[in-house]
Design a protein around this ligand. Structure first.
Ligand SMILES: Cc1cc2nc3c(=O)[nH]c(=O)nc-3n(C[C@H](O)[C@H](O)[C@H](O)COP(=O)(O)OP(=O)(O)OC[C@H]3O[C@@H](n4cnc5c(N)ncnc54)[C@H](O)[C@@H]3O)c2cc1C
Length: 411
C-alpha cells in the first residue's frame, strides 16, 4: 500500500478504480468537494501507458479550469499545431489548433500527485473488483458498494520471501459511489455481465513505445504529429518532453501475428508509408493493448458510474480519448454530489447515461468516419484528396474534435 494505509472494509464516500487521467481527475474533484475518497490503482506509478500523448484543446481547457495549468507546464510539454499525414509516399499537412504533448508517465503521475494533495487516499499495486450487492455480505446492499482489493508486493526492494507473502493479500473497502475508471474492458466489473463491452469484430489493437530522439530523426517534423498510414494500421509519432519520441499505433491483430515482433510490426508501417525508420525503434520496448473498439452496454449501475475508456473507445486520432475522459470526470460531479449529499435513486443512473452520450456522441461520429476511411486503402486516397482540395472541411472535422466546452462551470 502506498500513502495512507487503508483498513479492510473501511468506508469511503467515493472509491475510484484506476488512476489514469479519468480516475485521478475525478478523485481530485471528489476530494475537493470534501468527500472521503480512495483511488485504487493496479500498477505502481509512474508507469508507461500506450497513448499518443496529445492533449487537445478541449482536454486542456478542462485541466486548466481545474487549476492544473501550472503543474502541466512543469512537465515541459511540447506544443503541436499540425498533423503531418504520410501514406504510400504521399503527403498531407493539416493545420490543427494548438495542442500539447507530454508522456503519460509524467502526466498521470502529476495528476495522481494532485489528487493526493487534495486529500485522496491512494492505494497502488492493488487490483480492484467491484462486488455485486448480493455477494458482498458486508453492508446493507443499498447504501454501499463493496470493492475487493487484491494487493501485490508493496516494496520493490522486498526479498523474494517478503514479496511472496504479501502477494495475493486481499482487503475490502466500501463506498457510497464507485467511479469505474479502469480503462478498456473495465476489468474491475468482471462480475457484472450486464456491463459487458466486447470488442467490435475486426477491432485494431494499440501498440506504443517511447524512444530517444536523435540527430538521424530530423525528418520527423517538430511541432507536428506525424501520422504514418499503411493498409494494416497507422502510427503516430510526436516529440514529447526531454527530446523523446512517443510512438503510438493502431494495427490489425493479424498484422502483429504475421510480424516477427511488435517492433517489426511498427517498422513495417513506417516502410509502407514511405518513411525512414525512427533510429531507436528497433530496440524499443513496445507495449500493447487489448482490442480497442468497443462500447460498454451501459455506463451506470447501482452506485456505479463508468468514466473514460471503461465506457468504450473507437480508435486514436487527434486527442479525443483524454478529452472524453476529463469531460466525463467533470460532468459526473453533480451526480456524485447528489448521490452522497442526498440519496441514491435510479434517476441518477439514467441521468449519467444521457449526460455521457451527450459528451461523446458528436465526436464519436467523426472518429468512426475516420476509422472507416483508414481501414480502406481505396477510400483513403479520395479522402486525403478531398482534405487537400477542401481544407475548410478538414478544419471543420478537426474543430469538432477539439471543441472547447462552452460552459466550464467549476466543480
Ligand atoms: C494507440 C493509442 C493512442 C492514443 N492516443 C491518444 C492521444 O494522442 N490523445 C488522447 O487524448 N487519447 C489518446 N488515446 C486514448 C487515451 O489513451 C485514453 O482514452 C485515455 O487514456 C483514457 O483514460 P482512462 O483514465 O479512462 O484510462 P487509462 O488511462 O487506461 O487508465 C486506467 C487505469 O486503470 C488501472 N486499472 C485497470 N484495471 C484496474 C483494476 N481492476 N483495479 C485498479 N486499477 C485498474 C490501469 O492500470 C490504468 O492505470 C490513445 C489510445 C491508444 C490505444
Amino acid at each position: 500500500m502506498h500513502g495512507n494505509e487503508t483498513m479492510a472494509s473501511e468506508r469511503y464516500d467515493v472509491v475510484v478504480v484506476g488512476a489514469g487521467i479519468a480516475g485521478s481527475l475525478a478523485g481530485l474533484f471528489c476530494a475537493r468537494s470534501g468527500f472521503r475518497t480512495l483511488i485504487v490503482e493496479r500498477q505502481l506509478f509512474p508507469r508507461h501507458k500506450v497513448c499518443g500523448c496529445c492533449i487537445n484543446g478541449r482536454a486542456l481547457a478542462i485541466l486548466n479550469d481545474a487549476g492544473l495549468a501550472g503543474c502541466l507546464q512543469e512537465l515541459m510539454p511540447t506544443t503541436t499545431s499540425s498533423l503531418a499525414i504520410r501514406y504510400a509516399g504521399k503527403k498531407l499537412d493539416i493545420a490543427m489548433p494548438q495542442n500539447i504533448a507530454v508522456s503519460r508517465k509524467s502526466l498521470d503521475q502529476c495528476l495522481l500527485n494532485e489528487a493526493r494533495k487534495a486529500g485522496c487516499d491512494v492505494v497502488e499495486q492493488a487490483t480492484a473488483t467491484v462486488v455485486p450487492s448480493d455477494a458482498s455480505g458486508i453492508s446493507p446492499a443499498d447504501d454501499f458498494r463493496t470493492i475487493f482489493l487484491k494487493h501485490r508486493s508493496q516494496n520493490p526492494a522486498a526479498t523474494d520471501v517478503e514479496a511472496s507473502t504479501s502477494e495475493n493479500r486481499e482487503t475490502k473497502v466500501c463506498a457510497r459511489v464507485v467511479l469505474v475508471c479502469d480503462g478498456l474492458g473495465h476489468p474491475s466489473l468482471h462480475l457484472f455481465p450486464e456491463f459487458s463491452s466486447p470488442p467490435k469484430r475486426g477491432s485494431r489493437i494499440g501498440l506504443g513505445a517511447v524512444i530517444p530522439r536523435c540527430d538521424g530523426d530530423s525528418w520527423i517534423p517538430q511541432g507536428a504529429v506525424l501520422m504514418a498510414i499503411s493498409p494494416q494500421g497507422y502510427a503516430g509519432v510526436v516529440e514529447i518532453e526531454d527530446r523523446q519520441l512517443n510512438i503510438a499505433a493502431a494495427i490489425d491483430p493479424s498484422h502483429l501475428q504475421q510480424s516477427r515482433s511488435a517492433c517489426s510490426s511498427l517498422i513495417s508501417i513506417f516502410e509502407a508509408a514511405g518513411l525512414p525508420i525512427p533510429t531507436h525503434l528497433g530496440e524499443a520496448a513496445v507495449k500493447g493493448t487489448i482490442p480497442l473498439t468497443r462500447t460498454a452496454s451501459r455506463v451506470s449501475g447501482h452506485r456505479i458510474f463508468l468514466l473514460g475508456d471503461s465506457t468504450g473507445y473507437i480508435e486514436p486520432f487527434t486527442g479525443e480519448g483524454m478529452a472524453w475522459a476529463v469531460s466525463a470526470a467533470r460532468t459526473v460531479m453533480p451526480l456524485v454530489k447528489t448521490a452522497i449529499n442526498e440519496t441514491w435513486s435510479q434517476s441518477l443512473e439514467l441521468s449519467w447515461e444521457t449526460a455521457f452520450r451527450t459528451i461523446v456522441s458528436g465526436e464519436q461520429k467523426v472518429c468512426r468516419l475516420l476509422s472507416a476511411a483508414l481501414r480502406k486503402p481505396w477510400l483513403l486516397t479520395p479522402v486525403l484528396t478531398a482534405c487537400r482540395v477542401f481544407p475548410s472541411l478538414t478544419q471543420h472535422l478537426v474543430g469538432r474534435i477539439n471543441r472547447v466546452p462552452r460552459a466550464l462551470e467549476s466543480v
